[in-house]
Ligand binder design. Structure first.
Ligand code: ZN
Length: 149
């Protein structure tokens, strides 16, 4: 499809890049995922910044060649739903720089996420049955307030 050259990334290199961000990450081993996942909680635990590395957790190497991307998201810890997302980071030559920038941006933004105008709880990103995303109150079903993204 494109001529971009994909980089092979290994775990050490990935963790090195994470250590160069403003965030202190911990490696997680979730049974539901085959990829290495890194997380950092906000000081009050309300938010979790999660990085899906696209690296295979058994080998520490990139999974399917090139096609996978690194995903970064901030989750509302209690509901496990996303509150902030960044575009995927492709594993091209500039991935380190791109990833670090996104992580630092999310870390900064998580102190300033959208709050529900009705009840003051955190607004989380939900999907309707057509796959369209919108903001819904994290206190749902007690509060049914929604907003468009
Ligand atoms: Zn609400």
């Amino acid at each position: 499809m494109s001529n971009r050259k994909y980089s092979d990334i290994i775990q050490e290199e990935f963790e090195q890049a994470l250590s160069e961000t403003d965030v202190d990450f911990e490696r997680k081993d979730y049974p539901w995922s085959g990829e290495l996942i890194y997380e950092a909680k906000s000081e009050d635990d309300t938010f979790t910044l999660r990085v899906y590395s696209s690296l295979d957790k058994r080998t520490g190497e990139a999974r399917s060649r090139g096609s996978d991307a690194i995903r970064t998201v901030v989750l509302h810890t209690d509901s496990g739903r996303p509150v902030l997302k960044e575009k995927r980071t492709n594993r091209i030559q500039t991935w380190k720089k791109n990833l670090k920038k996104k992580i630092n941006k999310l870390a900064k933004q998580q102190g300033n996420v959208k709050k529900c105008e009705e009840c003051g709880n955190t607004m989380v990103i939900r999907e309707n049955s057509n796959g369209e995303e919108f903001y819904g109150c994290s206190w749902y079903p007690n509060c049914k307030n929604t907003e468009s993204l």
